[in-house]
Design a protein around this ligand. Structure first.
Ligand code: AMP
Ligand code: MG
Length: 409
């Protein structure tokens, strides 16, 4: 058995970087920036008011109960045509540019109208409630580095800057196929004895798309060497990466192994991890090939540990591994000290005492428990038990299932 980290490092080192392209910023969520984004302007690009109120000179409001002459109104989107002199104010709305002469904004709540004058009840410090030009972003500033995976908040910043066609990595084209004589289409209503629905392939399509891939689905492949050889041959010329499920372990019908065990450059690896011990990895006609196990939970774990980081590496992402955080074991966890073990856990309780509790049975075929889990508890090699109350690392591999903030309505 080889340690997970060593296997992953070797895989990631063999990934080539993909070419780049420009995409509309509005379609860039999930894409990886290939060039830094530099602002060509200050944001905001003019000083403006943070409040509805009155633009004044600070020297006029250095004592409470100043009474100032109101010259004009300036809503957002307009520019005051007059400037503020001593003893004067301009009514201003949030986001409107600061009029010339004014350096401070008094909140409307701190004032009272007196005919065409305004009384300012409070003392207001110079610069209060003014958003200075460049206070958010300065002209010339590197706002995002290359390698950033764009999310909707980043899209908002791109829009603010007018960066409408960021340069990103192109999507990896990933061919996916499932192997197994027992696999039937998910729409099958009456399963014949011995048959099951193919769950890995639709799941892999989603996992791959989440990792930025453009997926090509090669369908279900029977446990037949010729059929698999033909499909792999096509995928090797049509795709950047090939992912299969099933047929990589020790059985006589493990077709992936039968077809590829003598292929130069494809290794059948025993990874010191659970689930997901058997893994095939290599290159087929230049395309990285991942032969994942057949058990659905193993597929999820192996995908997360190897395929996702590999796809993000190809796209030039600077962060390719999921975040790990420390919580507390809510029960005694007993694992295998020879392997890195990924337990599917729920998170319970609130900070600072969030607890990890096994979400159900930990067998590698029990996909419903992975679906109910918030995270993997990652128990490293060399550790056999983690007692209740001891710290445990968790990896947030999906949006938490049970931690959504529930509203009582
Ligand atoms: P294998 O590695 O091919 O021996 O498969 C291991 C287990 O995973 C067996 O119980 C298979 O029936 C199951 N399995 C394989 N492929 C799939 C799939 N695409 N969807 C659901 N289960 C599968
Ligand atoms: Mg099989």
């Amino acid at each position: 058995m080889r340690p997970l980290e060593a296997v992953r490092t070797e895989i990631l080192k063999s990934m080539r970087r993909l070419e780049t392209e420009r995409v509309p910023f509005s379609e860039s969520v999930g894409r990886v920036l290939a060039e830094a984004v530099v602002s060509n302007q200050d944001v905001p690009h003019f000083a403006n008011s943070a409040m509805d109120g009155f633009a004044v000179r600070a020297t006029d409001v250095s004592e409470a109960d100043a009474v100032l002459e109101v010259l004009a109104d300036v809503p957002a989107g307009q520019v005051a045509s007059v400037s503020v002199s001593a003893g004067q104010a301009i009514r201003i709305m949030t986001g409107a540019p600061m009029p010339d002469g004014a350096d401070t904004v008094v909140r409307v709540e701190d004032t009272a109208a007196e005919g065409d004058k305004v009384r300012v009840h409070t003392v207001v410090a110079e610069g209060k409630h003014v958003r200075e030009a460049g206070g958010d972003v300065r002209a010339g500033q590197v706002v995002f580095d290359a390698g950033l995976r764009i999310d909707p908040v980043h899209v908002g910043v791109l829009a603010t800057l007018g960066v409408v066609d960021p340069v990103v990595s192109r999507r990896p084209r990933v061919g996916v196929m499932s192997t197994g004589d027992e696999l039937q289409p998910p729409a099958t209503s009456d399963l014949a004895p011995g048959m099951i629905r193919d769950s890995n392939r639709p799941m892999l399509v989603g996992l791959l798309e989440d990792a930025g891939a453009a997926v090509i689905d090669y369908g279900r492949i029977a446990d037949d060497s010729d059929e698999l050889r033909a499909a792999l041959g096509r995928a090797a010329v049509e795709t950047d990466v090939i992912v299969t499920s099933g047929g990589v372990s020790m059985g006589d019908y493990d077709v992936t192994k039968l077809v590829l065990r003598d292929e130069a450059g494809v290794d059948f690896i025993k990874v010191a991890m659970k689930p997901g011990k058997p893994l095939a990895f290599g290159h087929l006609g230049g395309a990285p090939f991942f032969g994942l196990p057949g058990n659905p939970v193993s597929v999820v774990v192996s995908f997360e540990q190897f395929v996702r980081p590999a796809l993000l590496t190809m796209q030039g992402a600077s962060a390719v591994l999921r975040p790990q955080v420390s919580v507390v074991a809510g029960e005694r966890l007993v694992t295998d000290p020879e392997k890195t073990v990924f337990l599917r856990v729920r998170l319970e309780g609130d900070a600072p005492a969030v607890q990890a509790i096994q979400a159900g049975g930990q067998a590698s075929n029990v996909l419903s428990v992975a679906a109910a889990a918030d995270a993997f508890a990652v128990v490293p090699r060399g550790v056999e038990t983690i007692d209740e109350g001891e710290p445990v690392l968790i990896e947030l591999f999906r949006s938490p299932a049970t931690r959504e903030h529930r509203l009582d309505i």
